[in-house]
Design a protein around this ligand. Structure first.
Ligand code: F6R
Length: 242
């Protein structure tokens, strides 16, 4: 594992975007695994700028997102599909049909999960998987548990996640109760992994995940066993690792 401590959020975003840009240049037909959340917003903005400056192209790339709410229309402004369109896909030359987000509107959960795993395999597997880090060490929607979930699956959102998310919806009844997520096994199959984390509130979990014991109680700790992981954090998130 390589840990890079950037001086601030902008530098973290620039370094992480450079890593994705390099992947696109080395292998224009690469398969990228993407994440939502607040941490990658800056790096997506950098990638859009690189595209606008003619430095990179997504024209031959394929993307698979980590997760999506179940039962939420892709047009809903809280769906992860909407997030990806707004922050990246609408601004670059990626082909829409080569961008994949779990189908939150599919009522057959098992079929949706199986199709997602199959889609990743048929695309040749993920070359570079981008991950954010939850405060409890979650990656995707893989929360602390007694074992590591393997493939793409449905998760029940915890009461605290539902309450936290309710600020983004008109009422708490609208907040989805479930989500689709790649499993830890799906993530570990990616050929390389890039983790980003920023802010003092992530300092403890960065240390626990990458320098503590490997345990499903801290799902991201499993990444210590992956042969090609780069962790890029800002100075605050890296303050307990320096
Ligand atoms: C997003 C995802 C989540 C986030 C994590 C960190 O697709 O899968 O695991 O990466 O919750 O979120 P932020 O970046 O908002 O702190």
């Amino acid at each position: 594992m390589e840990l890079i401590i950037a001086s601030n959020y902008d530098e973290m975003s620039r370094l992480a975007a450079d890593k994705i840009a390099l992947c696109l240049k080395d292998k224009p037909e690469c398969v990228l695994g993407l994440a939502t959340g607040s941490t990658p917003i800056g790096l997506y903005a950098q990638l859009v700028e690189d595209f606008q400056n003619g430095k990179i192209s997504f024209a031959r790339a394929t993307t698979f997102n980590l997760d999506e709410y179940r039962g939420l229309d892709p047009q809903h402004n809280q769906s992860y599909r909407y997030f990806m369109q707004k922050n990246l896909f609408d601004h670059v030359d990626v082909e829409l049909e080569k961008t994949h987000v779990p189908d939150g509107a599919n009522s057959d959960a098992q079929a949706a999960c199986d199709a997602y795993e199959k889609g990743i395999e048929e695309a040749g597997g993920i070359d570079l998987q981008l991950l954010g880090l939850g405060h409890n060490g979650h990656i995707g929607f893989n929360e602390p548990d007694d074992s590591f979930p393997v493939g793409t699956h449905v998760v029940d959102l915890t009461e605290s996640t539902i309450n936290a998310n309710s600020r983004l919806f008109d009422s708490i009844d609208e907040v989805p109760r479930q989500a689709y997520t790649m499993g830890v096994g799906t993530i570990m199959k990616a050929r390389s992994i890039l983790v980003v984390a920023s802010g003092a509130d992530k300092a403890q979990i960065v240390r626990d995940a990458f320098f503590g014991p490997v345990t499903p109680q801290v799902p991201a700790s499993v990444l210590q066993l992956h042969p090609d992981v780069t962790v890029i954090v800002d100075a605050e998130a890296g303050s307990l690792c320096a």
